[in-house]
Design a protein around this ligand. Structure first.
Ligand code: DQQ
Length: 644
């Protein structure tokens, strides 16, 4: 409890709060006040408290050919170097791509860029987007806010973009909800969360980067609760409601969570931070969302994990199939603690127990603690956030899929980033050691014609084309059975995902090739690889290999993967959503997820194909697949002009 102790010691020492705040807009906050100033401030506070009290009190994936053509497909190697991501000066992560040398620049065409835009994943019409913010369901509409730069396809000038949907699939863009226009958020209206109070009021807490780039927490609320679109937002005039406490760096205090109620009737929120290299989460209690009390205890801390961004904290039922509202804490409930690790740009979570008495959380398995164990998604994914959907009694997870091309290409495209398909989150009561993530059921409304392939036997070193026509928008479900070849020993010489799909072992890899052209000059393999462990146990790895996804040299291409639990009696299975440059892959019912970002140059439009492959040397693989073509979602500006 080093960080905890350090924090307490500092709290007892002299407290230098924040640098002085010159007024930009809105009321200045200074450390010394004149008597007249004090009277004015007191009167304003009384007025504002009454106003907020009034608002809070008002009603709320047949011919066979070799996978590798004797090395004729060149290994695309990135000569990458990582530079400081944009936003570090402001104390925040943003574009975290490697900077790729200009000599590697590919001759992209507008047609290639256009193809990269997704058809059923949410993305703004243009410009930059990052974290999902304040998702909620209100009066028949799902609301998604998001970090948005209205001026450019790179991070900066962060506002809250806003869109609504009745089904989490088709979206209507609304006007920007909040812009940086006050001293306390002039450097950015950063990430935050919504809380719907029992009486129907909505509280939005968000991080503002002040005029001196100090991170503070601010309160905002809808101007008109009778408006289902929640178009107008009021920033509480007494903002900020929280400033970095003593011992916490002024750029290490951000991203308040949805609030939950403890047994004492008080609301709690948690906010990510760090002390030295220890990532941590602070807890504050409040009754009115204006005044806060810092808890003596940290919710949790993990040495060596660095700054925790976008902390998420929520209950899951260990024996149910429904999601839980954020305040639920009872027998049969476990709590998920998630942190987005600023140092690695990876979202990690752990399962544990929340002790409401002292507002602490303890992981079930300390070896799988937050930041050192499970990842929410093992691919390109960051800054995720859940919300409780009271409409369908489920917990929905959003996550930001960032780009892996260059900033200059983003500027040429005019846009950057996509949100994942919203995922339903449940505790996995078969393993007891992970959550399950599955695309929301509404995505099935996009399904068009389907093709089935039954008991397709794929021999060692083979590729089987799956004739489904164009393969750019797909929902693929695939099951695999492995038949050991009698002639072969099945000892393994490699484990994990290795160097991707080209690295053959007796037991893998096998799976599918998506976004592949006929010559396989470009392809993205999604696959399993098995490993015989000592004692006869088989370990299963689930992997996605981007290394040959594009012949363009100026995009980052990685092999992603992890071990996935397979319960006795289960077949190996995965579901893959293909949407142009996005491939979202869910193994074993969603125990592990890998999101890939691919930028092909040949395997686009009508040239995109799908194949089965088996690059194992010691097994035949029998596959069953069902593949749906998916329609495009309707994602357009809200038709205000058609509404009276
Ligand atoms: N993005 C926001 C921050 C958050 C970071 C700024 C995570 O609030 O910590 O755009 O991507």
């Amino acid at each position: 409890m080093d960080a905890q102790k350090s924090l307490r010691d500092t709290q007892q020492a002299h407290y230098t709060l924040l640098p002085e705040y010159p007024s930009v807009a809105g009321p200045p906050v200074t450390r010394r006040r004149t008597l007249k100033g004090c009277a004015l401030v007191i009167a304003s506070v009384v007025f504002l408290m009454s106003l907020v009290a009034l608002i809070l009190s008002q009603s709320q994936e047949l011919s066979q050919k070799p996978v590798e053509k004797d090395g004729s497909v060149p290994l695309v190697t990135n000569t990458t170097s990582f530079s400081e991501p944009r936003g570090v000066a402001q104390g925040v992560s943003a574009k975290s791509n490697p900077s790729l040398s200009d000599e590697l620049s590919y001759n992209w065409t507008n047609a290639m860029f256009s193809w990269q835009r997704t058809s059923y994943h949410f993305q703004p019409e243009k410009n930059w987007m990052n974290d999902p913010d304040g998702p909620l369901f209100y009066k028949g509409w799902y609301h998604l806010f998001y970090q948005y730069n209205p001026d450019s396809a790179v991070w900066g000038n962060i506002t809250w973009g806003h869109a609504v949907s009745t089904d989490l699939i088709h979206w209507l863009y609304l006007p920007i909800a909040m812009v940086p226009d006050r001293w306390y958020d002039i450097n950015g209206v950063w990430t935050g969360s919504a809380t719907i109070l029992p009486d129907g009021q909505i509280v939005m807490l968000y991080t503002g980067s002040t005029n001196t780039t100090v991170q503070v927490q601010n309160l905002a609320y809808p101007a008109n609760l009778s408006d289902p679109l929640l178009l107008d937002w009021v920033k509480y005039s007494g903002n900020p409601v929280l400033v970095p406490p003593p011992g916490i760096g002024y750029k290490d205090f951000r991203d308040p969570t949805t609030a939950w109620i403890g047994p004492d009737g008080q609301w709690r929120i948690t906010i990510g931070s760090k002390i030295n290299k220890t990532g941590l989460s602070l807890v504050y209690k409040t009754t009115d969302f204006i005044h806060y009390h810092l808890s003596y205890n940290l919710l949790h801390e993990v040495p060596g994990t660095g700054m925790w961004e976008c902390v998420d904290f929520y209950p899951v039922s260990t024996n149910g199939s429904k999601g839980l509202d954020t305040s639920v804490n009872a027998p049969g409930v476990k709590h998920i603690l998630k942190a987005s690790l600023d140092d690695t740009k990876v979202d990690h979570y752990a399962i544990g127990t929340y002790y409401a008495g002292n507002d602490t959380w303890v992981p079930d398995n300390p070896k799988e603690d937050v930041g050192i164990g499970l990842k929410v998604d093992y691919g390109r994914y960051y800054a995720s956030k859940t919300f409780y959907d009271q409409n369908k009694e489920r917990r929905i997870l959003w996550g930001w899929i960032n780009e892996t091309d260059t900033e200059s290409d983003d500027l040429r495209k005019g846009w950057a980033s996509v949100q994942t398909i919203p995922r339903n989150v449940l505790f996995d009561n078969k393993t007891g050691t992970n959550i399950l993530q599955w695309p929301v059921e509404e995505i099935e409304t996009l399904r068009l014609n389907s093709s089935e392939f039954n008991e397709v036997v794929v021999g060692p070193g083979s590729v089987v084309p799956l004739d489904i026509g164009t393969a750019t928008q797909l929902d693929i479900f695939a099951e695999f059975e492995v038949e050991k070849l009698e002639s072969e020993e099945t000892e393994n010489d490699a484990t994990g995902c290795g160097r991707g799909s080209i690295e053959r072992t007796k037991l893998g890899p096998f799976g599918i090739l998506v976004i592949a052209d006929d010559s396989l000059s470009e392809r993205t393999p999604i696959f399993f690889r098995l490993h015989n462990s000592t004692g006869g146990d088989v370990t299963t790895f689930f992997c996605a290999d981007e290394t040959r996804s594009s012949i363009a040299p100026d995009v980052l291409k990685r092999v992603y993967g992890t071990e996935v639990p397979v319960v006795d009696g289960e077949k190996l299975s995965f579901r893959v959503l293909v949407d142009h440059s996005i491939v979202e892959s869910f193994a074993q019912g969603g125990r592990r997820v890998i999101t890939s970002r691919v930028y092909p140059t040949q395997a686009i439009y009508g040239a995109a194909r799908i194949f089965l492959f088996n690059n194992a040397s010691g097994v035949n693989v029998k596959a069953n697949l069902k593949i749906w073509q998916l329609n495009s979602a309707f994602i357009h500006p809200f038709p205000f002009d058609q509404i009276q």
